[in-house]
Ligand binder design. Structure first.
Ligand code: ITT
Ligand code: NA
Length: 202
């Protein structure tokens, strides 16, 4: 079954296909990205929550392609920054997708506060919108705390400064499979896989 993933982020496409294959069985659904939909116009992520943004993107995908569409929106919520950068995680420094600049700014903003006040959580909302208009929304969280300096080369975004609860390696020091098993996106996508199995009968 062909399903659109409403993103131009190629890494996301690979990661989501891997997680869904693991949950549903290999290639039960084939994700196609927006790279294959030339006429698609990106919607501004104007929502105030991850869920709203995921739904906005998924609805737009259905509108342009008529395909069942998955979209996700995710980010890092830092306790000491009142939940920021949150839905602004990808563009916190003002430069969309500049992971290093975004991470450095968060480190500067949280400063030297002690470990017990360095709590943070990754959040991922994932939406499935069907051509008939039915909508499903799920959410996954990964709790942890922020280090004082980056560690590790894997992952992306804020992974090098994030130590998940119960881990002694940062998200950037985990293998992709280890990260999927405990990550916000892994949790959300495994919940969405159950919805997919029911609603698309794959
Ligand atoms: P699309 O909107 O095209 O799907 P995007 O890259 O803009 O792609 P998001 O809006 O979901 O994706 O932005 C999420 C940001 O949150 C991302 O740029 C990272 O800074 C951060 N983030 C999300 N998941 C993360 C993860 O697993 N590890 C580290 N940082 C993450
Ligand atoms: Na976003």
């Amino acid at each position: 079954t062909k399903v659109l993933l409403a993103t131009r982020n190629a890494k996301k496409l690979i990661e989501l296909q891997r997680i869904l294959d693991g949950a549903l069985g290999a290639q039960r659904i084939q994700l196609v990205g927006l790279g294959d939909v030339a006429e698609y116009q990106e919607v501004p992520e104007s929502g105030l929550t991850f869920g709203e943004n995921a739904l906005l993107k998924a609805r737009e995908g259905v509108k342009w392609t008529g395909l069942p569409t998955i979209a996700d929106d995710s980010g890092l919520a830092v306790d000491a920054l009142s939940g920021m950068p949150g839905v602004f995680s990808a563009r916190w420094s003002g430069r969309h997708g500049d992971d290093r600049a975004n991470l450095e700014l968060v480190l500067a903003q949280i400063g030297d506060v002690p470990d017990q006040h360095r709590g943070a959580a990754f959040v991922c909302a994932a939406a499935l919108v069907l051509p008939g208009g039915k909508e499903h929304l799920v959410e996954g969280r990964q709790a942890g705390r922020l280090l004082r300096a980056p560690r590790g080369e894997g992952g992306f975004g804020y992974d090098p400064i994030f130590l998940a609860e119960g881990q002694d390696r940062t998200n950037a020091e985990l293998t992709p499979e280890e990260k999927d098993a405990i990550s916000h996106r892994g949790k959300a996508l495994r919940a969405l896989a159950k919805v997919i199995a029911k609603t698309l009968s794959v």
